[in-house]
Ligand binder design. Structure first.
Ligand SMILES: CC(C)(COP(=O)(O)OP(=O)(O)OC[C@H]1O[C@@H](n2cnc3c(N)ncnc32)[C@H](O)[C@@H]1OP(=O)(O)O)[C@@H](O)C(=O)NCCC(=O)NCCS
Length: 181
């Protein structure tokens, strides 16, 4: 499955075991490992292709159970694998989820993160029918906090981890992104 929208420079393609090498290459960074790790999901550093194969295989099982959907982020221009993003902890009753996202370091500050989150929001609200999308961020992760705020996520909680969320009725879609699967 792929999530596209005209005019964007990245698109999302559901993660597959064939992505393992590129996934491991891009995520193999101590800053990404620190910022993306959570108590329930520690990202190792260094990160090997075997780590990626194990992880992607587990994500495929989660997808089959309806718990998560995980994507590789690819540049439209040359199809390069630039990072990964996913909708996780899907609660089918409350219609809520937690998103996770990261880009390889050489792809930061090129608006790929903004485009990725716009695609994820459109997919989550319009295709999965979610009513709330949240993200948890380390308080030191100024880049991710600025990115979430720029997309109208609101801060909900702040202790040793910051939680941001956006509800479907507050979701504005200025680029009029239509998810083209
Ligand atoms: C967080 C991350 C996804 C941001 O992606 P990105 O493609 O660099 O973000 P964008 O280029 O779309 O930036 C959007 C805005 O967010 C803010 N921003 C992004 N990175 C920033 C940084 N390092 N410092 C300050 N502001 C930042 C800026 O306001 C930026 O707009 P501008 O470039 O016009 O000033 C990326 O830095 C990353 O992968 N980091 C490591 C993994 C991670 O932290 N994941 C999130 C876990 S919660």
């Amino acid at each position: 499955m792929e999530v596209h929208s005209p005019g964007l420079r990245v698109y999302l393609k559901q993660l597959d075991l064939t992505d393992a090498e590129e996934f491991a290459h891009q995520i193999n960074d101590p800053v990404i490992a620190r910022n993306v790790s959570s108590p329930g999901n520690i990202i190792p550093y260094p990160y090997t292709k075997e780590d990626a194969l194990f992880f992607i295989d587990a994500l495929k099982r989660e997808y089959a159970s309806g718990i998560s959907v995980s994507f590789g982020i690819r540049a439209v221009e040359n199809n390069l694998f630039v990072g990964s993003a996913g909708i996780g902890e899907i609660d089918a009753i409350k219609k809520q989820c937690l998103i996770v996202y990261w880009l390889g370091r050489q792809h930061w500050r090129q608006s790929y993160g903004t485009e990725t989150l716009r695609l994820l929001l459109a997919y989550g609200f319009e295709k999965l029918g979610l009513i709330k999308i949240s993200a948890e961020v380390d308080p030191d992760n100024t880049g991710s906090i600025a990115l979430l705020r720029s997309l109208e996520f609101e801060q909900e909680r702040f202790d040793n981890i910051m939680r941001f969320g956006i509800k479907r009725h507050d979701y504005i879609n200025p680029l009029k992104i239509k998810v083209d699967l």
